[in-house]
Design a protein around this ligand. Sequence first.
Ligand code: AMP
Ligand code: GLY
Length: 420
Amino acid sequence: MKILVLGSGAREHAIVLALRSEDADHDIWAAPGNAGIGQDATLVDVDMFDAAAVSSFALDNNVDLVVVGPEAPLVAGVADPLRERGIPVFGPGMHAAQLEGSKAFAKKIMDQAGVPTGRAVYARTSAETAAALDDLGAPYVVKADGLASGKGVIVTSDRDAALAHAEQFLPAGPVLVEEFLTGPEVSLFFLSDGDTVRALTPAQDFKRAFDGDAGPNTGGMGAYTPLPWLPGGVDGFVDEVTRTVAEPVVKALDENGSPFIGLLYAGLIVTPAGVRVIEFNARFGDPETQVVLPRLAAPLSRLLLAAASGTLEDEPAVAFRDEVAVTVVLASEGYPEAPITGRELTGLDEAAAVEGVHLVHAATALEDGRLVATGGRVLNVVGVGPDLATARARAYEGMSKIRLEGGHFRGDIASAADAG
Ligand code: AMP
Ligand code: GLY
């Protein structure tokens, strides 16, 4: 198959690795990609926000499938013109991508679809924010409406900090003040062709920068799957979320005339009162994808093409291998506030030689033959094994071989994995 993957992070490298491992004969291009993706795909200089350029590339090269990795080009509407030109594209159009692009839109759809979520109030001014904070009580949760690269949400017991956070975003429009929900977080991905959905398998992401869930929120410092502690077991949980969340949301969007074709990411909190949605994303999660895809027991290209072509109904439930996968993210010094980039990264061959370990690049480039870090989250070390202890030990042994001056990673990813 001829596949074009848009994006340059670890999520896109994980997707490319899954496609490459299922069939060495696939023609895979990535735009713009990174140094790791360049080992498994051909990097091309096509602007992923430029739908005309992407369409021309796809048509000129007889591309069978375009996979849009990140949210920004989806929200900017890159998928619609491709689809209009008959190119199968995995990724929702501009309107359906608002599920991630606007928290207000997501709440409206959840309302329409009867999906369980936290109680929320829209505040347009500081005074309205203060009233909403007092109404919902501490701890306070305040969310910017639009895409904010992981910086839009604050969860705090400090009322002044919650207000200050709101004031940062209020000039651009209303903020969402949400009820605080207690319980473990779970990410569950669904493939959708606009009508039929097929669940992948739940994973957990570690969002805080430092061990013990200390420090600021990040894009994600590690992840693991499966989650044996889920209420109802993994299968029961997946069935419930499919029925109560994914299917109603996809139906509501279809009824509104903007079918969701792509990856529906449900960000969930398992509260004592049941599962609640805290957010939707319109693309694969990072770093969860790095652990979900290695367990996939079906060809990814086939599933993505079925979603892009409206034939998911013909696909069986998606199967996963009975293995554990753990990923640990190596970040640059100063991440997330002010990452220092440009430093050399070494030891990758030794790390990849550890049994059950593979590397997924997040922000790397080759400069004069040296591999350098080009962003905050640099590299994922993924350990796969028959059980959690083995997978974890493998990931950390792999990480111990990597050298990056000032680099940091969490030492406690999946350490309490049996408890949630
Ligand atoms: P979001 O970008 O909506 O996923 O929020 C970022 C993080 O804030 C989530 O991963 C949660 O840890 C936390 N969070 C968001 N909403 C809530 C909520 N209603 N209650 C508790 N924590 C939340
Ligand atoms: N893992 C969080 C995200 O992809 O948004």
